[in-house]
Design a protein around this ligand. Structure first.
Ligand code: DQA
Length: 151
């Protein structure tokens, strides 16, 4: 029997340019390829997946706010908004949906301003530095949160 669990994958600003954007940092994998790999993994994890990308902070806030009742978990790469957006942090808190933060690059090994994540403290955890694998590891971690027996 299918679990019926649903997860929302949210990609933040400029991630639509993956593959062409600073390939030495972000690799040559496109966003479409990341989404395809996530969908394939989701099938094996018995999870229904929706993937979305936006360059607009308010749109991301709306998406997170509207996720309650539609999704059981969120996998998010807030991209540059990781380091600036109190609004996205508050939206994650407000929606109350278990959320895992992912980054392609290791944000802790880059410029000082990237080392701090405003969303990390309201997420279940963070996976950073493994390229496409960050997303796949993040989805596995989110799934194990969603299937944890409730105490
Ligand atoms: C990123 C890291 C951010 O600092 C940066 O602004 C991005 C991508 C990553 O996936 O490594 O756009 O979130």
């Amino acid at each position: 029997m299918k679990s019926g669990k649903r997860a929302l994958v949210i990609h933040g600003p400029n991630l639509n340019l993956l593959g062409k954007r600073e390939p030495d940092i972000y690799g040559s994998t496109s966003l479409a390829q990341i989404n395809q790999a996530l969908k394939e993994l989701a099938e094996t994890l018995d999870l229904k997946l929706s993937c979305i990308q936006s360059n607009h902070e308010g749109e991301l806030v709306d998406l997170i706010g509207e996720a309650r009742g539609h999704f059981d978990g969120i996998l998010i790469n807030p991209a540059a908004f990781t380091h600036t957006s109190v609004a996205i942090r508050d939206a994650i808190l407000a929606c109350g949906i278990p959320t895992v933060e992912v980054h392609l690059s290791n944000i802790h090994a880059r410029e000082e301003f990237r080392r701090h994540s405003l969303v990390a403290g309201v997420c279940k955890g963070q996976v950073s530095g493994f390229g496409l694998e960050s997303y796949l590891l993040g989805l596995r971690a989110l799934t194990s949160e969603l299937f944890k027996p409730k105490r």
